[in-house]
Design a protein around this ligand. Sequence first.
Ligand SMILES: O=C(O)CCC(=O)C(=O)O
Ligand SMILES: [Fe+2]
Length: 510
Amino acid sequence: MASRGRAPAASCVLEVPGPIQVRVLPNGGAGDGRLVEVPEAPTAGAALAAALCGHLPWAERGEEPFFVSERAVVFAPNRGNLDSAAMHAALQEEERLFVVPRHRQFVHPAGEPGRSVQLQVSGADGAPVVLTTLSSSPRVFHVSNLLEGEHMDRLMADARPKFKRSTVGEAPEAAKGIHVGGELFDKAAKTSTRTSENAWAMTGDAAMTMKRRSLEMLGIQTETGGYDERLADGLQVVRYLQGQAYHDHLDHMQDFDPLWNYNAWRPPDVNGSNRIATVFLYMTDTPLGGQTVFPLAQRVLTEGSRRMLTDNASRSGDELARAMEAALGGSGWEVSMARRCFEKLAVFPRRGDAIVFYSQHADGRVDQQSLHGGCPVLEGEKWAANLWVWNAPRKGTVAASNNELHLTFTLARGAGLAALVRWVPADGQQGNQVGKLQPGGPGVAVKTFESHRFDVFKASEDGEGDALRRLGTVVASTRRGRVQTWVVSDGGVELQGGSAEATVPAKPEL
Ligand SMILES: O=C(O)CCC(=O)C(=O)O
Ligand SMILES: [Fe+2]
């Protein structure tokens, strides 16, 4: 990318910056986008958004977007820099600029494997953090210059006396009470599919530096525009000894997960929260094995990625087989995994290298392609630091009142019918009945949360309550107020006192 000649010339005459053009694309988009001129006259907020991306359906839910440049600079009203002057100062000629809907997060564009981008993020010893694409589906990047050697040494030294056998579905001790509830921690179980050891690093310079840089590198936007602790789990220092591994898994919370059930709470694609990305930093050179494998990704070797993906390639098949036998014995899931690890897209652990991969698409849907695992360590040890990053504050870190709503369903006056109200889980399963409406009877009141769905059915009047016909669906949204009354009649379900706009079902424009 050519940089504009903005530096003062040898004389005292300042070079006046000329107009600058950027390439505007939707969040996560591929390709070159559309060349648009950043207005020279001072332009800010909605006017700037319209000038830059009028050609895109950008006003999702009527909200102005924010912008993130390819080099991870966020331009947003709450950062005080959604204006043309700030863009002129920070952007390079023809830099790609992504339009991110207000309630989503920027997702780095993948591009071709091997493509590198130097971010405007200062990393280890002031060097810029560099992302290199390893795979576009799932989105996996190699990261250079994330953390200083001293910071890694500190993380390792602090973790050493604290290591415990890793569990799955656990959360840091220090976060107790801010996650789903105590139950979660009691149920965290040792498992045979994750045989490593781990220790949490919640505070301290090294952990904070890695957390801040990771969020910066991802271009994560927060409510205040500043760093927000609630957008990541604690930093986890992980150690795998010879033979240890972490079976293929997904990092985001699953719908069917009995402990978390995050998606049912608020799916990420309707502004809920879940893990969006994982930053994984290798802190040791592992002589053999210990790769992070992505079995569903395509393995493309390029000049830029060969070293990261073929590190142990000089070992012959026989040598590998002998090493596997010595480290793992003859059977078990670790043996078949170890073999796959030398065939699939797999990143070799090299001290100071990191990877970042996404568990969600740009539109918030979870990405099931992001399946990955920690390959068995065949020789030596593997030490790493792992950060799970969320697209919105983790469940339990948002005061319940922030998205709590009180809905009352009531029969229209004179409506001679009975009705049932059912809550519909996000997974589309059969709804749970929350109440019944009968002529002359009381309304049905529910306390619920943003995006929860309720179906209202006409019911047989004998009170047996068979659902006969669906009269309407209400999707809870605080945009229509925190206390709402919905009136049920044969003709449908309507918000009492609602304006025409308010009763239109929330429908994203994108
Ligand atoms: O050890 C690895 O390479 C991957 C670890 C991992 O997937 C995790 O900690 O979530
Ligand atoms: Fe993982």
